[in-house]
Design a protein around this ligand. Structure first.
Ligand code: NI
Length: 138
């Protein structure tokens, strides 16, 4: 259990009002909880830029009838099997599939996979959720 330290910061009143409105809108119970989340977000972003060991997920929506999109997605994923922990395929309807790939590894490798997948014709949407292994956050 880590020690909690009380700090005081100086902010312009308008900025604090905006932060409090944001915190309320997002459902944080206290200003401190909202602030912790913002700090953690910044630290996770930093993990991704400094190329450390990260975790995340790529989600994609595609029409499985289009070209050889399914085969190309499969081949790309096999080339990154060291980073892929698991994947989930959901048949959204007769045409559309959603696939979610959970990843852990070097940020550059995960970005490389994202670029490779993005180049595949037939994808309707692809997004990367940049998260953390949690090792360096408490
Ligand atoms: Ni499907």
């Amino acid at each position: 259990m880590s020690t909690i330290t009380r700090i005081s910061i100086s902010l312009e009143e308008e900025l604090l009002d905006k932060f409090d409105a944001f915190s309320e809108e997002q459902g944080y119970p206290t200003r401190s909880e909202a602030m912790k989340t913002v700090i953690r977000e910044a630290l996770v972003r930093e993990e991704w830029t400094e190329g450390s060991h990260v975790a995340g997920a790529i989600s994609m929506v595609y029409d499985h009838h289009k070209g050889d999109v399914v085969r190309k997605l499969l081949v790309a994923q096999h080339d990154f099997c060291g980073e892929i922990l698991c994947s989930q395929h959901v048949h959204l309807d007769h045409t559309n599939c959603m696939e979610i790939i959970v990843l852990r590894g070097a940020g550059e490798r995960i970005r490389k996979l994202l670029t490779r997948l993005r180049r595949i014709k037939g994808l309707k949407h692809i997004t990367l959720s940049m998260s953390t292994t949690g090792e360096h956050l408490n």
